[in-house]
Design a binder for this molecule. Structure first.
Ligand code: DGY
Length: 324
């Protein structure tokens, strides 16, 4: 269909571009950086695109959709998260929205387990100490962390990623795994995880992994009042979305010792400025939203996003449909 056009908002891995190029004309914002919103709006006005392949940094709002025009069939995001897309406005215009579920499950689950271990065992403090020449003769109480064995693991959001985090962490010998979600799920039994409500999760668990989406319901679920009720030794890990945690409250909780540590791969805002108080706290490990940064995941994400565009333009149902 050489008369069809797809706009891609960033340089993406080759497998995705190659798939699209087999069938359509492609226009790409040739950069590794996010496209400014006004540039995206102008690009949409410039040509009549049939599909828009975007990233989680692109706000797909009314202005972009108006500029795109009525022939736009799909907004295909190269991400699992889709909170940057105005689903309601897409719905009104009969524009499909699709994401890339499944292909980053392993990469994000692996990074979640990594971050939990790094935070519990104070790995970044150790690395920093070596670099700064602070590694002196052996000391009995230096850089002591928290063992996983015998402790209680909590998973907030037992979807694909949450379940796979549980699967990877279970062999460490937790005494119990609890999870909280909107409802109980049958596959929880495969990791011997027990359903609890949010109060149960925050009061019982030594480690809590946040693996949920950002929705109006999950926004700032972890706030000052919650931190006061968590165990003092608790460690909070977030690889879901930054907005689930109130960062000001987290800063205070880590400073006051309401909880022991936090490991964040997602923050609010992103990027988190180096001057943010959380950055200088030794008990907070911060990574730059790199959960799905493996070639395996990123190639597959690009390919699925491309396939979703192809499906929609060909009047087929895309794989990762979020809203119709
Ligand atoms: C996603 O897919 O939503 C991740 O957060 C980024 O890869």
């Amino acid at each position: 269909m050489p008369d069809k056009w797809v706009y891609v908002t960033r340089n993406i891995p080759q497998p995705g571009l190659a798939k699209l190029a087999e069938q359509f004309n492609i226009e790409t914002y040739q950069s590794d950086e996010a496209i400014p919103h006004d540039v995206l709006v102008s690009a949409m006005k410039g040509k009549r695109y049939d599909a828009l392949l975007c990233m989680l940094t692109d706000q797909i709002d009314e202005e972009v959709l108006d500029a795109a025009g009525p022939q736009l069939k799909i907004v295909a995001t190269m991400s699992v998260g889709y909170e940057h897309i105005n689903l309601q406005e897409c719905g009104k215009r009969n524009i499909l929205v699709a994401n890339t579920p499944g292909v980053s499950t392993d990469s994000v689950a692996e990074l979640t387990a990594t971050l939990l271990l790094m935070t519990a065992r104070r790995v970044t403090e150790g690395v920093e100490a070596v670099k700064k020449g602070e590694w002196g003769p052996w000391k009995p109480m230096w850089l002591c962390g928290t063992e996983l064995t015998g402790r209680v693991l909590g998973i907030y959001g037992l979807g694909r990623i949450g379940f796979n985090v549980g699967r990877r962490l279970k062999p460490f010998g937790f005494s119990k795994i609890y999870y909280t979600d909107v409802h109980e799920v049958s596959y929880a039994k495969d990791i011997d995880a027990e359903f609890v409500d949010f109060d149960g999760l925050i009061e019982k668990c030594d480690f809590i992994c946040v693996c949920c989406n950002l929705t109006p319901q999950t926004r700032h679920m972890f706030n000052a009042e919650v931190f006061k009720r968590m165990k003092k030794g608790a460690i909070l890990i977030n690889t879901g979305r930054g907005g689930v945690i109130d960062h000001e409250a987290l800063t205070e909780a880590l400073r006051n010792g309401d909880i022991t540590g936090a490991g964040l791969d997602v923050t609010e805002p992103e990027p988190l400025p180096p001057t943010h108080p959380l950055v200088s706290l030794p008990n907070c490990v911060i990574l730059p939203h790199m959960g799905s940064n493996t070639w395996d995941s990123r190639n597959a994400m690009a390919e699925i996003a491309a396939k979703n565009c192809i499906a929609a333009i060909s009047d087929q149902t895309p794989e990762g449909i979020v809203a119709a």
